[in-house]
Every structure is written in structure tokens, then in C-alpha cells.
Design a protein around this ligand. Structure first.
Ligand code: HAM
Length: 417
């Protein structure tokens, strides 16, 4: 019979990658909790309109990349392509809003986008997503970027670039939009833009700046940048964030074309990029998205956040090894498997990690198994040890061994770790 294989763009994850993922999550829990964030877990499936209403009808994600299907009652569902929309739906639905309060939360998990798979780009990938709702101050954006930098440093990463931009607010956006409209109306090579860009120049011209097609980038190289159209509040906030980051020693570059791939952004946006993961340079991205909660039927609260692509991060952090086992109980007598299991159980309850063979075998084959396990200690249970209530303890590093009462061996190992 033919074998069933996994679908394109998804991965089975084993050590060392799965161990690295656990390390990324554990470090995130430690670092983010220092900033007052709490972990939440949300559904992978949501009503389709949640995403079309928040991410934007004109984005690649909504137009080309969503896994959307009718359920058995014909309702349109979508596998989440990102976490922010679901986080805000849950914030509203669970009544988490309280006036004046800042709500900080994070989550990990799989996201789904129908993209062309390549190194660092999957159809099922994982994000570490962070959201802060309720703070409008530029210090909140700065704190978020500082937390991201702290997290990346805690993972031992230094060679990363922070790119930042401001996308302005409801006051400055229309002015920039008018400048973009005028630019496209007068663009000599307009017909050479890709079909998406030609359409978006009319519907959502900011998206054109995000196009990856080289010809489109060339043609729009001189397009007006939002920074020249920021209102005093937005330019003040942008300057403040830059001053805080510079003061805290976070290196950043201003990228006036950083518009991000999702439509809900306003104000500060940022990306962390690396040149070490092939064509996929963005490791993390985020920014402010005031207005989204209201757009989804909730209160008018400001919000800001970011997400890290865990597969891309895993390509950059040094691999994390599984901690070595403490012991291996080698069974050398047909009567020994049960006492061996009892001994292993005692050791595990004392906080040690290790394994036991479930069947007896020759000394040679059991020592091979102990070697393979990488354990520091091997405990041998043969006929003599069973009769005497002892165990032979072998230090796998030095090869030294001695026989002692079982309780003493447990106490010895528990004390030495
Ligand atoms: P995003 O830029 O679309 O932002 O995705 C964030 C990160 O997810 C990217 O920088 C990248 O590392 C990773 N990523 C995206 N697509 C793929 C893929 N197909 N394969 C592997 N990794 C991928 C967001 O999703 C926003 N929700 C971030 C945010 C949170 N903004 C505010 N709060």
C-alpha cells in the first residue's frame, strides 16, 4: 500500500529543532513575564470575516494566502494566518477591557499561509505573538521594542537589524495618500507596474510600496514617504521612540518604505531582519494598530504588538542540546526488570532523569545501551545484587564501579545530581 505523506509546506519537528522551539518558548515566558505579560491560548480556526475585516481585503494574506473552507453547516472558517486578529477578538469577547488599564498578553502556536514554501517560509509556521492593549504613549512602543531586543539577546543573538518606520495616524494618512495618488497619476511607467500594484494604486496605494517585484520597486523608488507627511503628534512620538531606543543601545535604521504586509498598522512599525536566513529576511515584525479593536466591534482602545517567526528564529539561534540523562538501569537477570523499574522510579521521584531496560540481557549489550543513553551513571542489577538488595554503580565517565545498598545508591545520586 502506498504511504501517506505530509502535505507541502508543513514540517514534522524532531530534536534538535523541537528542543530549540521549547527553548524559544521557555525563554519567552521568562523574559516577557518580567514585563508583565501573561500567556494566552486561542483557537486556530476563526470566522473568515475576522481576518478580512482586520488584515485588509487588499493584502496578499487575505487575497491569496488564507486557508478558507466551509464547515459542515456552510459557515466560512479560516485557519489563522496570524494571531493579532484573534487576540483582539478574544479581548473584546472576554470583556478584558477596563478603562485606563493596559493589558499585556502573548501566545505561541501554528499559523497558516498558502505561500510558496522555501527556506524559512512554510505554509504551517509558528509565531510567538505579543500584544499590548490600552497604551497610547510612545514609551509603550519603545518598551515593546526593548522587550524584543532583550528577548533576542537572551537567546544569544546580536547580529540583527531593527528597521523602524512610522505610518502616521488618521490625520497624516490622508495627506500621504493624496501625495501618493498624485505620484501614481503622474508616473510615466505606470503601465509597467504589476497587475496587483496597478489595482492597488487606486484602492490602497500604501500596499504598492510593499510590492517585492523588482520593476515595481524601481518605478516607485521616488514615491512620497510618509515621514514627510507626519502630523506633529506622530512625528513627536516617532522621535521619542528613536531617542529611547538610542539611549538603551538598540541599533536601528529608519526604513521609510517599511509598510508591513497587513493593513491595520498606524504609527510606529518595525521589523527585525537578518541576512542569514536566505531570501526570508524578516524574523519579527509588528507595530501599532490603534483602531483595530473598534473596527472589530470593541471599545476605542490603542494597541501595539509584534510577532516573531519561530522557524526563522530557530535557524539563527545556536542549537540547544537535550540535557544528558543522569542514569541508566541495566537489567542483567531475568528476575530484574521489575526491581529495575522500581529503582528507576525511585530515582526519578528524587528528581533524576534516566531510563531502564525492560528486558534482561548480557552485560555487554546492556553496557552498550547505557553508553547510547549518554547517562552519567549506570546501575547494574544482576542475580547477586537482587539477592543482596544492592546495586552496582558505575561512573560512565571514569569507568569506576562499586556495589552498595540500593537506598544508599539512590541517596548518593540524588545528592550529586
Ligand atoms: P507578519 O510580519 O505577517 O506580522 O509576521 C510576523 C513574522 O512571522 C514574520 O516576520 C516572519 O518571521 C514570520 N512569518 C510570516 N509568514 C511566514 C511563513 N510563511 N513561514 C515562516 N514564517 C513566517 C504578523 O503576523 C502580525 N500579526 C504581527 C503583529 C502582532 N503586529 C502586531 N501585533
Amino acid at each position: 500500500m502506498s504511504k501517506v505523506q505530509k502535505i507541502k509546506g508543513v514540517a514534522d519537528m524532531y530534536p534538535p529543532e523541537s528542543t530549540t522551539f521549547a527553548h524559544l518558548e521557555q525563554t519567552a515566558r521568562q523574559v516577557f513575564s518580567r514585563y508583565g505579560y501573561q500567556e494566552v491560548r486561542l483557537p486556530l480556526m476563526e470566522p473568515t470575516q475576522l481576518f478580512s475585516r482586520s488584515i485588509g481585503e487588499e493584502t496578499d494574506v487575505v487575497q491569496k494566502e488564507m486557508y478558507t473552507f466551509p464547515d459542515r453547516k456552510g459557515r466560512s472558517l479560516t485557519l489563522r494566518p496570524e494571531a493579532t486578529a484573534g487576540m483582539m477578538r478574544a479581548y473584546i469577547e472576554n470583556g478584558l477591557h477596563s478603562p485606563g488599564a493596559v493589558h499585556k498578553m502573548f501566545t505561541f502556536g501554528p499559523m497558516f499561509r498558502y505561500e510558496r514554501p522555501q527556506k524559512g517560509r512554510m505554509r504551517q509556521f509558528h509565531q510567538l505573538d505579543v500584544e499590548m492593549v490600552g497604551a497610547t504613549e510612545p514609551q509603550a512602543d519603545a518598551e515593546l521594542v526593548l522587550m524584543l531586543a532583550t528577548y533576542l539577546r537572551a537567546l544569544g543573538m546580536r547580529q540583527l537589524t531593527f528597521e523602524i518606520n512610522s505610518l502616521g495616524c488618521r490625520t497624516c494618512r490622508p495627506r500621504h495618500r493624496a501625495a501618493l495618488d498624485a505620484f501614481f497619476a503622474a508616473l510615466p511607467g505606470f503601465e509597467e507596474l504589476c497587475d496587483d500594484c496597478k489595482r492597488r494604486a487606486g484602492t490602497n496605494p500604501l500596499r504598492v510600496l510593499d510590492c517585492k517585484t523588482p520593476r515595481c520597486r524601481e518605478l516607485t523608488a521616488a514615491a512620497p514617504v510618509i515621514e514627510d507627511h507626519l502630523c506633529p503628534d506622530c512625528s513627536g512620538a516617532y522621535a521619542e521612540v528613536q531617542a529611547i531606543l538610542a539611549g538603551a543601545g538598540v541599533d536601528f535604521v529608519k526604513n521609510p518604505r517599511l509598510v508591513r504586509g497587513l493593513d491595520y498598522y498606524v504609527g510606529l512599525t518595525f521589523e527585525v531582519t537578518s541576512t542569514d536566513i536566505g531570501a526570508q529576511t524578516a524574523v519579527a515584525g509588528g507595530g501599532r494598530y490603534d483602531g483595530l479593536v473598534r473596527q472589530l466591534g470593541g471599545p476605542d482602545v490603542p494597541a501595539t504588538g509584534f510577532a516573531i517567526g519561530m522557524e526563522r528564529l530557530a535557524l539563527l539561534v545556536p542549537p540547544v542540546g537535550q540535557p544528558a540523562a543522569d542514569f541508566f538501569v541495566a537489567v542483567l537477570d531475568p528476575a530484574a526488570p521489575s526491581p529495575a523499574l522500581a529503582l528507576a522510579q525511585e530515582l526519578r521521584e528524587a528528581g533524576l532523569s534516566g531510563e531502564t531496560g525492560f528486558a534482561s540481557g548480557s552485560m555487554k549489550s546492556r553496557m552498550r545501551a547505557a553508553d547510547r543513553s549518554g547517562a552519567r551513571w549506570c546501575l547494574l542489577l544482576g542475580g547477586q545484587e537482587l539477592a543482596d538488595g544492592t546495586v552496582t554503580l558505575r561512573d560512565m565517565g571514569s569507568g569506576e564501579q562499586r556495589t552498595l545498598p540500593r537506598a544508599e545508591a539512590v541517596a548518593l545520586l540524588a545528592n550529586r545530581g
